[in-house]
Design a binder for this molecule. Sequence first.
Ligand code: 5GP
Ligand code: ZN
Length: 113
Amino acid sequence: MADCIFCKIIAGEIPSAKVYEDDDMLAFRDINPQAKVHVLVVPKSHFATLAEMNDAQAELVKKCMKKIPQIASSLGLSDGYRLIVNQGEAAGQTVHHLHIHILGGQNMGEKML
Ligand code: 5GP
Ligand code: ZN
């Protein structure tokens, strides 16, 4: 999608600190980290929310979820981590390309959830 920042990152038009990539997804460090480790996992198909997701995109999300333990392990998150998927404006979603936040590297106990 033309003006989607994550589509541009996937296309290599905007640089990112990549931590994992395959045909289905890209994982890169958040530019404004909210934890010591903050990585975004982004399926390589543009859709904003789960409500807009088609079956092929659901397969990509499944692949992302199955890959996240390996990505987390590569980031040293052996003690655990938190996943967040913001859905829409009220949740604070600012980039309208579905993405899974991986947050960790510290005790997350004082944050929401
Ligand atoms: P949301 O609030 O939509 O769930 O999360 C969007 C995230 O994308 C934010 O945490 C924000 O810091 C991150 N972000 C926005 N623009 C960029 C960018 O150009 N590069 C990277 N690496 N992260 C970005
Ligand atoms: Zn996009």
